[in-house]
Ligand binder design. Structure first.
Ligand SMILES: C[S@@+](CC[C@H](N)C(=O)[O-])C[C@H]1O[C@@H](n2cnc3c(N)ncnc32)[C@H](O)[C@@H]1O
Length: 265
């Protein structure tokens, strides 16, 4: 991404309600946290905002996009000097990384897993996660729940479709310009792909910026199967950030896994 693309992306990808406090609580008391796909560092201040006695001592944010990492660097620069020293940003690929240390928490928030476009990439990512988990550590990730979507699209004519209603989904001011944001999606149900293109158009200059977001969604059964086949044990699966039980109508899938024995879920 360019700097402008990263700024526009950051203004429109703000996370899900409740996810910031969820991850902050989940990481409280951990010595070390690794966030895969840290993006522009949205969650980093939250991870370090807890009481100093339970705040993580070290947070590493890993991402492959240099412009997003530069934005994350700005977010870190706004932290207190003490918190700032606890953060390291690393350019890397979540499918293949070796940071030479173990972590109490490895987190992959806000649909980051859906950026991995095939099962092989997910397997590679999960095996790296396993190698980086400290004994008793936890791997936590969340994605939008695809179960119902996948079931419904598979069984009707929308198994392949383009969505584009031509109206801006949102408008906002940035760099003294008003930007209208248009969304186009392409669904290919057979390969579980829902690729979305965001186009930002400046009303003043007519400048247009396009950011494609490719994603491969997965039903919860597949996510659980991939987690367990990587040798990780599922500790909990929630349907939202208030820790409600996951079900077919849940909006999200939040999975917590570790190295230890599986609990009844
Ligand atoms: C949906 S964003 C989530 C950002 C952040 N975790 C948050 O909660 O706001 C997914 C992030 O994963 C990054 N990403 C995608 N594929 C990656 C890969 N193979 N390795 C590292 N980062 C990747 C993208 O650049 C993007 O910043």
């Amino acid at each position: 991404m360019t700097k402008l693309e990263a700024e526009l992306y950051a203004l429109t990808h703000r996370g899900n309600p409740g996810d910031r406090s969820y991850y902050a609580k989940a990481c409280a008391g951990a010595q070390s946290v690794l966030e895969l796909g840290t993006g522009y560092g949205r969650l980093i201040p939250d991870l370090l905002s807890t009481d100093s006695r339970i705040r993580p001592r070290a947070v590493i944010g890993l991402d492959r996009d240099p412009a997003l990492l530069a934005a994350a660097k700005h977010a870190v620069a706004r932290l207190s000097p003490g918190s700032r020293r606890q953060v390291r940003l690393v350019r890397g690929d979540m499918r293949d990384f070796d940071l030479g240390q173990e972590f109490d928490r490895v987190i992959l928030p806000y649909n980051g897993l859906y950026c991995l476009l095939n099962r092989k990439d997910i397997v590679r990512c999960f095996s790296c996660v396993k190698r980086h988990l400290a004994p008793g550590g936890e791997f936590i990730f969340d994605v939008w729940a695809a179960d119902r979507f996948h079931r419904d699209t598979r069984s009707n004519a929308r198994s392949q479709a383009h969505y584009d209603d031509g109206e801006p989904i949102v408008s906002f001011a940035h760099r003294s310009q008003v930007w209208d944001v248009f969304e186009k999606s392409r669904l290919r149900c057979r390969v579980q792909r829902l690729d979305v293109t965001y186009t930002y158009v400046s009303r003043e200059s007519g400048t247009s910026v396009t950011i494609p977001i490719e994603q491969r969604y997965a039903p919860s059964s597949e996510l659980m199967e991939l987690v367990t086949s990587a040798g990780l044990c599922i500790k909990a699966i929630y349907g939202n950030f208030a820790r409600q039980r996951f079900g077919i109508n849940s909006q999200y899938v939040v999975i917590r896994a570790g190295l230890g024995p599986q609990r009844g879920i």
